[in-house]
Design a protein around this ligand. Sequence first.
Ligand code: KG4
Ligand code: ZN
Length: 363
Amino acid sequence: MTLLALETSCDETSAAVVRDGRVLSNVVSSQIQLHAEYGGVVPELAAREHLKNLLPVARAALHAAALAPPDLDAVAATQGPGLAIALLVGFKAAQSVAFALGKPFVGVHHHEAHLYSPWIWRAPVLGRSDDRSGSGVAAAGDGRTPLVADFDDFQPNVSLIVSGGHTQLVLVESELKHRVLGGTIDDAAGECFDKTGKLMGLPYPAGPVIDRLAVEGNPNAFVFPRPLLNDAGDDFSFSGLKTSVRYFLRDHPALLDDPQKVRDLCASVQAAIVEVLVKKTIRAAKREGVRCVTASGGVTCNRGLRRELAAACGKNHFALRLAENSLCTDNAAMIGILAERKLLAHALLPPLDDEVKPGWALA
Ligand code: KG4
Ligand code: ZN
């Protein structure tokens, strides 16, 4: 089965072609530079960019897969959640293509797609041993082999979705069957990275910058709160941490003039966020009795988070599957892979005139 998938829920315009669980192409056009000037995503600008870029991106995806529209068996798009006017661009375009071709249309929940992105895998290159470490950690491939969905290895897991808009823990009991355990009650983890970075004068999005600076910083230099760490529930809260950084900088303004202190601050803030994410994920996995942890979403690119999750999973004998970096941030490949699984499972599909669902909550 061959599908074209489109993703325009936020600030990435992406199109992918998927065939029988293989990602034939995955083209992503990021708008980060455009929004950086405003310190965050401006919905109207995002939608205009999607309108401008969607056709070239879709063409490029088809071209890279050496296919033409008549070769498609189905068309998929992100239906929600996301920015309404951004979602509309990809969703309505995909419905139109499906209508014109007379093929099925699949509307996909963006976070449900994130849940399965850690199972999209680069097949190991023969003679290399970097795809599976001895600790049971599944790591990203090296970019030389195609991405393939690996659902034969699927096992029940607790999945952490951490991005700029969401922080969620989800129990994935079996393929296409999941239950949300908890989520953030205020800021998402990525938002906390971005907002604390802004307080430090770092450019948007600050998450990757903090990650980079933290490498040479001391994570124990400053102590920040670990919100809800000892709360028995699976919810998260990060706004208190952000406020604590704000007060800290108000009381120590000269600190920002010292590059090493800024690195220490980055490492300390990152350590607080990562500790909460890792400990709550591991605790949920133990309680739910699963043997596998997965993670995806932009913040999963964070090296501190990847390292600490690997260490904690190794210690607790959990298998760990981390989405590879190109699939952590928003992409259409994960939308196409999930859409194909839904078609194969004969899942109920939305009618062709269905609407976007900007506030669609994961059940
Ligand atoms: O998934 P994503 O591309 O977009 C959505 O929010 O849906 O995630 C973007 C978020 C931003 O908050 C960004 O700062 C954060 O992911 N991020 C990181 C890193 N790379 C991206 N945060 C910490 N460390 C990183 N390396
Ligand atoms: Zn996302």
